[in-house]
Design a protein. Structure first.
Length: 65
């Protein structure tokens, strides 16, 4: 059940690697060999699909969702 207090997904312009959208690579740097953790949700501009994304912690703004 989704959390009623979840933040709206971040809207992304441009192309994004399918590995990043499927949570198989860090959304920020693309790392695949590091430990990955939840980093929130995004949607691509013009789409209604919401993707859960992950991070390796490479950016301080990345926070576990």
């Amino acid at each position: 059940m989704p959390d009623a207090h979840s933040a709206a997904p971040t809207v992304i312009d441009g192309q994004v690697s399918i590995a990043r959208l499927h949570g198989e690579a860090c959304f920020d740097c693309g790392a695949v060999a590091k430990a990955l953790r939840a980093a929130g949700h995004i949607t691509l501009r013009g789409s209604t699909r919401v993707w859960p994304v992950v991070t390796c912690g490479c950016h301080s703004k990345a926070a576990a969702a």
